[in-house]
Ligand binder design. Structure first.
Ligand SMILES: NC(=O)c1ccc[n+]([C@@H]2O[C@H](COP(=O)([O-])OP(=O)(O)OC[C@H]3O[C@@H](n4cnc5c(N)ncnc54)[C@H](OP(=O)(O)O)[C@@H]3O)[C@@H](O)[C@H]2O)c1
Length: 229
C-alpha cells in the first residue's frame, strides 16, 4: 500500500512543525508548507518531508499546491490548516483596528477555507480525507471574555467553517474537525505556556489520523475531548 500523504500549513515552526514531524514518524509523506521558502526547506529536510512554498492568503500559491500534490502523489489524505496569526494581543475590542481584524481573517479563516475548498474535491474523489482546522478555545463563544476580538472571532468563524464543511462532506469519507492544541510554548503562545509543541500537536495528529468511523464536525482538545462551541 502507498504511504498516506499529509499537508501541514505553517509547518516551518511551532505546533505545525511538531505535527509534521509526528506524521512523518507515523510513515506519512508530509508536505511541509511554509510562506518562507528557506524556512520550509530547512524544516522539511529535518524530518524527511517535502517542502512547499505556500502563503495561504495567496490564491496562486494554493492553486500551485493542488497541482504539485496531484503531480507528486496523486492524493492527499490529511490537510492540517495550522497556519495562523494573532495580531490583537494587547488591544481591547472597543478600539481594535479593523485592518488587524481583516488581516487575521485573511489567514485564520479565508486561508483555511481556501485550502479546504481546493483539496476537498481530490479527497472526495479518493473517498478518504481528514481536514483538521487548528482552532482555539479562544474562539469558543461559551468561553468568550474581553480582548483578542480579532483572534477570537476568526477562530469562531473557523469553527463554523468546520461545521458547515463537515455537514456538506458527510458520507464522502472526508472528516472535518476543529481542534484546540492547548496553550503551547511557541512564538504565538509565549514562553510561559505549559505545553511543548509536541504535546500541542497531539490534537492535530489525532484528528488527522481518525479511523473511518471517527467524528466529524466536532471541536476537540487533546485526543478527542469535546469542547463547547
Ligand atoms: N500556541 C498556542 O498556545 C495556541 C493555542 C491555540 C491555538 N493555536 C493555533 O495553533 C496554530 C499554530 O500556532 P503556533 O503557536 O505554532 O504559532 P506560531 O509559532 O506563531 O506559528 C504560526 C505559523 O503560521 C505560519 N503562517 C502565518 N501566516 C501565514 C500565511 N499567510 N501563510 C502560511 N503560513 C502562515 C507562520 O509562518 P512564518 O514562520 O512564515 O511566520 C508559522 O509557521 C495557529 O493556528 C494558532 O492560532 C496556538
Amino acid at each position: 500500500m502507498k504511504p498516506r500523504v499529509a499537508l501541514v500549513t505553517g509547518a516551518n515552526r511551532g505546533i505545525g512543525f511538531a505535527a509534521a514531524r509526528r506524521l512523518a514518524g507515523l510513515g506519512y509523506r508530509v508536505v511541509v508548507a511554509g510562506r518562507d521558502p528557506e524556512a520550509a526547506a530547512r524544516a522539511a529536510a529535518e524530518i524527511g518531508g517535502v517542502p512547499l512554498l505556500l502563503d495561504v492568503t495567496r490564491e496562486a500559491d494554493v492553486e500551485r499546491a493542488v497541482a504539485f500534490v496531484g503531480a507528486e502523489f496523486g492524493r492527499l489524505d490529511a490537510l492540517i490548516n495550522n497556519a495562523g496569526v494573532l495580531l490583537d494581543r494587547e488591544t481591547p475590542g472597543l478600539t481594535v483596528d479593523l485592518e488587524a481584524l481583516r488581516a487575521t481573517f485573511e489567514v485564520n479563516v479565508y486561508g483555511a477555507l481556501r485550502m479546504a475548498q481546493a483539496f476537498a474535491p481530490l479527497m472526495v474523489r479518493q473517498g478518504y480525507g481528514r481536514i483538521v482546522n487548528v482552532s482555539s478555545i479562544m474562539g469558543s463563544l461559551a468561553h468568550a471574555g474581553p480582548g483578542y476580538l480579532a483572534y477570537r472571532s476568526s477562530k469562531a468563524a473557523l469553527n463554523m467553517v468546520t461545521r458547515v464543511l463537515a455537514a456538506e462532506l458527510k458520507g464522502t469519507g472526508v472528516l472535518v474537525n476543529a481542534v484546540h492544541p492547548g496553550w503551547v510554548r511557541t512564538r504565538m503562545g509565549g514562553p510561559e505556556a505549559p505545553l511543548s509543541p509536541e504535546e500541542g500537536a497531539r490534537a492535530l495528529v489525532w484528528a488527522a489520523t481518525l479511523p473511518d468511523d471517527g467524528p466529524t464536525g466536532g471541536f476537540f482538545e487533546g485526543e478527542g475531548k469535546p469542547l463547547p462551541w
